[in-house]
Design a protein around this ligand. Structure first.
Ligand SMILES: *Cc1c(COP(=O)(O)O)cnc(C)c1O
Length: 489
């Protein structure tokens, strides 16, 4: 691909984009049960889209020259803080998403820890530690990787998928900069025992981040609808920071999240300034420097347009869909719902048939349901994120799921694949070379840069057999191959 000599027309450009989207998942209509959040109310999207465009060309790089963005960010953070029981001491910032919010919380804790550690020379030499339940979001491990910290991964209870506060207490030592707990976890929708964990953290003088990326917006509404919700927000003494995505259950366009801190003495460590170069003075709240105002404007608009009553109604529909889904799943023979989901994120497994087979069969019926590989005490499973629009689709989904599970049960396991998986399970990261990678791709039918097949069950089964470190190595190679331009076009 080269820059066209003569620019295309407006229609040509837009038509080509539409054509490229032909194979994308549906983002609206309730058939996609992960990645997208849909209220089912088109007018909400429209307001957000107009606000997005209205703020598109401003630059969040410098809050002093685009005061509209500073004002909108302050408003959004204030609404978020009030929603999570924050007082006037709570401060925060708007970020590009959950990953950026979580990474900033980790970076802040690292620098907070380093500042505290200065009198003790040996501590400065040591890498700071992050204590993370193994159900905690991957973005925390990504943060530790980027910011040169050690992760102490704490296994959760194999039945409840919640971490034990005693296990957290045992994992803390004098290098611990931050403890993380989820409200709820993405994978299983379970809320960690945050009041008990907060008590441990207070006693030990360690910061506690509550990852409410997926739950922060919805859980307070669930509570108002009569659901018993584990206390998780700033009302719990000892919680020092919270991440909450607006592009999930606040239904804002993607690129919208907030990270909040108990007070400014902690948030200080998030901020960055650079005056030691020849250019403009850099003052950054987030990882990005130049950034459009679109996502912020759209978030501000969405919160104002939907309003508290609107969100309560959306939450009510989501809750009803979730209850219907869980009841329906429990009636499908061989299906086991993992843990006791406390919100609208559901995972189910089966030891009677292949869940990966079910995913492919559902795909043939135009449903997207998400595979989750086995890790720790969690078996391979299917994840479903329920949204407001799920209510119109849940019965249809359950009927198809029941049929697909029966069909998967009737599919005998492939003895060759089973044997291969036994071999794969034995492989260690040391065995991994570019040649083994090529061999594995060949085995998966992906040799020679072939496209991803329609059927993923075999690949998922093989991935599931591998040790996590090897999965990671393989995925990096895969990604390194995927993002290449073709020579011919
Ligand atoms: C989605 C999610 C994140 C990360 O958010 P992104 O917006 O995808 O970067 C972090 N934690 C939890 C619990 C999440 O559900």
């Amino acid at each position: 691909m080269r820059i066209p000599t003569h620019g295309l027309t407006r229609d040509e450009v837009l038509d080509r984009i539409q054509a490229m989207k032909a194979d994308d998942l549906d983002t609206r209509g309730g058939r996609t049960w992960a990645y997208v959040y849909d209220t089912g109310r088109r007018e909400i999207d429209e307001v957000a889209e107009e606000a997005y465009v209205a703020c598109l060309h401003e630059n969040g790089l410098d809050p002093t020259v685009f005061p509209s963005l500073l004002g909108m960010e302050t408003d959004v953070v204030a609404m978020a803080s009030a929603h999570l029981g924050g007082d006037e001491e709570v401060v925060g910032n708007f970020t590009s998403g959950g990953t950026e919010s979580c990474m900033l919380a980790v970076k802040t804790a690292r620098d907070h820890f380093a500042a505290k550690a200065i009198p003790r020379a040996e501590r400065v030499m040591d890498r700071a530690k992050l204590v993370l339940p193994d159900t905690g979001h991957a973005s925390f491990q990504k943060a530790a990787h980027y910011f040169d910290m050690d992760v102490v991964l704490v296994p959760v209870d194999p039945k409840t998928f919640k971490v034990h506060p005693e296990a957290i207490a045992e994992a803390i030592d004098d290098r611990t900069a931050l403890v993380v707990a989820s409200a709820p976890s993405y994978a299983h929708g379970c809320v960690d025992p945050i009041p008990e964990i907060a008590e441990v953290c207070r006693e030990r003088g360690v910061l506690l981040h509550v990852d409410a990326c997926v739950g922060g917006w919805l859980l307070p509404y669930m509570e108002r609808l009569g659901v018993e919700v584990t206390p998780f927000d700033f009302r719990v003494d000892g919680v020092t920071s919270i991440s909450m995505d607006l592009h999930k259950y606040a239904y804002c366009p993607k690129g919208a999240s907030v990270v909040l801190y108990r007070d400014r003495s902690i948030r200080r460590h998030q901020l960055y300034a650079c005056a030691s170069w020849t250019g403009y003075t850099v003052i950054n709240t987030t990882i990005q420097s130049t950034k459009g105002g679109g996502a912020l404007g759209a978030a501000w608009a969405t919160l104002h347009f939907v309003g508290d009553e609107g969100y309560l109604d959306i939450a009510d529909r989501t809750l009803r869909a979730t209850r219907r889904l869980i009841d329906g799943l429990r009636e499908i023979p061989g299906v086991e719902v993992l843990g006791s989901p406390e919100m609208s994120m559901i995972a189910f497994t089966s030891d009677e048939f292949s869940v990966f087979e079910v995913i492919d069969l559902m795909k043939e019926r135009r449903w997207y349901v998400q595979p989750q590989l086995r890790f720790g005490s969690s078996p391979e499973n299917i994840h479903l994120s329920v949204t407001a629009t799920s209510l119109e689709r849940v019965d249809e989904l359950l009927a198809d799921l029941a049929e697909c599970c029966e069909k998967a049960r009737a599919t005998p396991p492939d003895p060759d694949l089973e044997k291969l998986c036994e071999t794969l399970a034995e492989l260690s990261p040391d065995d991994f070379t570019p040649e083994t990678y090529a061999e594995m791709l060949e085995m998966a039918g992906l040799g020679g840069g072939a496209e991803l097949p329609e059927e993923m069950a075999e690949i998922n089964t093989m991935m599931n057999a591998l040790r996590p470190e090897l999965r990671e190595r393989l995925l990096v190679e895969f990604l390194n191959d995927l993002y290449r331009h073709d020579e011919t076009g």
